[in-house]
Design a protein around this ligand. Structure first.
Ligand code: PEP
Ligand code: MG
Length: 587
């Protein structure tokens, strides 16, 4: 009998991490744990049921601790998520409330726990703040571990994977991802998740192709099925035909060749064919990232987000700790410039050790410079550390979320006072340190001419500018389709700020995510920006785009684009004129 080969299936999802991978599927399906039965227990069994629940929590704690201990070095950065999960295991909302339900309602532990989980999840889901909303996922991950221990369900043993496979799962929790030997994983495919999910971030960090949000992947794909994952377009092909296989093998090697060539060339200057040069810099969050920044040919650090040293800890960092991190970055990059942004706390990154951070609308609340000007002790400590680090290289100070002229005046006064203090102590610092502001609030766009008189440079934070100008919460999935950096209103704002900078003789750069996407380059080049700062991994593709274009073409293009009335028309014009430069036709 001739066995009929299954026909090819194409599934479209969210591109989570670019690249193409071809291989055998390894299914991790743990949906079964979700089915929970309810039954009542006698008075004399209540104690036993409580003991059973406590035992399951204890095993879950031991399990997580073991995972944290065995987390490989390259993943240590992410293990704080697991530490948070440990705390959640004993949280009153889950732990206390389950014990109470078992005692009061005399129901089985699984049911009582499921009730506590649903309640906690609903509470977090209902929160305005996106950061807190997403904590519902953490509760889900923690709940899975306890539930597995309660029901005795088999753990999916991810450590067992010993051949190179493409992992197909409903969702992957940070605990699960930490157990995987990532060298064995060629690709990720998940039912849930999006571009900013944990799996997607890890996949991008490790350059593993990933397609997420496929809804039915674990049902459509079977263990050992041959699949193709195209993380660039968000396509997964199950049982590819011979022709499809050949086609994607070719695309894969073309992609890999292109990546290699891009990285090789990323140490060349970012200069257009007609000689216009731009500084291409990196956005970093931790001193360790300076190595990646240098590897990808960074011309400096355009944005050092300093808030991470303040998160996930009790108390505030002291001047010595801050100084030592800043000095490490400055020395690693010298003589290239390092732009240190002062604390941009709250908003989407709430400070956990501050009781006052419980705000209804944090994006419009006591965030960034507002927080710092109110909590001057914390701000002074940071400014002194930055000033001291300026003795070791080229440091620039960048102030976030400026919305009024007075804020700049107040910070400059503080910097003058601190400089005098350092003089008295004979502590060295750069007396000519440059001070710049983020342009990310519409009022700063409108006041740019006055503000330019007070500062040395502008850096446009498009992530927030889009949020505040278009009234779109940057973390809200419901309105994500309206979050458009190419909205005509945003382009007009960028043009205005750049023109003010030119008139006033100060540099204007872009440090929002917008700068890291090669398709935006004709616009940013056409508007005449001096520098772009981005995730270091975006540098090779962005530099390549700049080096393949003429600035005069971009300027002409911009004149027409500014007449367009919709984002769609602007995108269409971009792809029509520059699509080939972006994706040159293959050999
Ligand atoms: C921005 O708002 O564009 C920006 C770069 O800052 P962050 O993303 O840290 O708010
Ligand atoms: Mg910002």
């Amino acid at each position: 009998m001739i066995e009929e080969s299954p026909s090819e299936i194409r599934l479209e999802g969210i591109p989570g991490s670019p690249g193409i991978s071809i291989g055998k599927a390894y299914i991790v399906d743990k949906e079964g744990v979700d089915v929970v039965e309810k039954y009542y227990i006698d008075d004399q069994h209540v104690k036993k049921e409580i003991k059973r629940f406590k035992g399951a929590v204890k095993s879950a704690i031991d399990e997580l601790r073991a995972i944290i201990d065995k987390t490989p070095d390259e993943m240590q950065r992410h293990s704080y998520v697991l530490e948070t999960h440990l705390l959640l295991l004993k949280d009153k909302m889950l732990y206390g409330s389950t014990l109470e339900t078992i005692e009061k309602e005399k129901v089985n532990a699984e049911w009582a726990f499921r009730k506590a989980v649903s309640h906690a999840k609903a509470m977090f889901h209902g929160m305005q703040d996106m950061y807190l909303k997403e904590r519902a996922d953490d509760i889900g991950h923690v709940a899975d571990i306890i539930m597995r221990n309660l029901t005795g369900a088999q753990e999916v043993n991810l450590r067992k994977i010993d051949t190179r496979v493409i992992l197909v799962a409903s969702d992957l929790s940070p605990a699960e991802t930490s157990q995987i030997n990532l060298k064995k994983i060629k690709g990720f495919v998940t039912n849930r998740g999006g571009k900013t999910s944990h799996t997607s971030i890890i996949a991008r960090t490790l350059s593993i192709p990933a397609v997420l949000g496929l809804a039915t992947a674990t049902r459509t794909i079977r263990n050992d099925d041959l699949i193709i994952v195209d993380g660039t377009s968000g396509l997964v092909i199950v049982h590819p035909t011979e022709n499809t296989l050949v086609d994607f093998e070719e695309r894969k090697s073309l992609y890999e060749e292109r990546q290699k060539a891009l990285i090789r060339d990323s140490h060349l200057v970012a200069q257009t064919l007609d000689g216009v040069q731009l500084a291409v810099m990196s956005n970093i969050e931790l001193p360790e990232e300076t190595q990646t920044a240098l590897k990808y040919g960074s011309d400096g650090i355009g944005l050092y987000r300093t808030e991470f040293q303040y998160l996930q800890r009790s108390g505030f960092p002291n001047e010595r700790e801050l100084f030592s991190s800043y000095r490490e970055v400055v020395e690693a990059l010298a003589p290239r410039p390092v732009t240190i942004r002062t604390l941009d706390i709250n908003g989407d990154k709430a400070i956990s050790n501050d009781a006052e951070s419980d705000e209804k609308n944090p994006a419009l609340g006591l965030r960034a410079i507002r927080y710092c000007l109110l909590k001057q002790d914390i701000f002074r400590t940071q400014l002194r550390a930055i000033l001291r680090a300026s003795a070791f290289g080229k440091v620039r100070i960048l102030l976030p979320m400026i919305s009024s002229y007075e804020e700049i005046v107040a910070v400059k006064k503080l910097i003058r006072q601190l400089s005098q203090e350092l003089d008295k102590l004979h502590q060295p610092y750069d007396p000519n340190i440059e001070i710049g502001i983020m342009i990310e609030v519409p009022s700063a766009v409108m006041m740019a001419d006055a503000m330019a008189d007070e500062v040395d440079f502008f850096s446009i934070g498009t992530n927030d500018l889009v949020q505040y100008a278009l009234a779109i919460d940057r973390n809200n999935k419901e309105v994500a389709h309206l979050y458009q950096p190419l909205h005509p209103a945003i382009l007009r704002m960028l043009k205005h700020v750049k023109e003010v900078g030119k008139k006033k003789g100060i540099r204007v750069s872009i440090c929002g995510e917008m700068a890291g996407d090669p398709i935006h380059i004709p616009i940013l080049l056409g508007l005449g920006f001096d520098a772009l700062s981005m995730n270091p991994k975006s540098i090779p593709a962005v530099k390549h785009m700049i080096r393949s274009m003429r600035a005069d073409d971009a300027r002409r293009f911009m004149k027409d684009v500014l007449l367009e009335k919709t984002t769609k028309d602007i995108l269409q014009a971009l792809f029509h004129q520059f699509g080939d430069t972006l994706n040159p036709p293959g050999p």
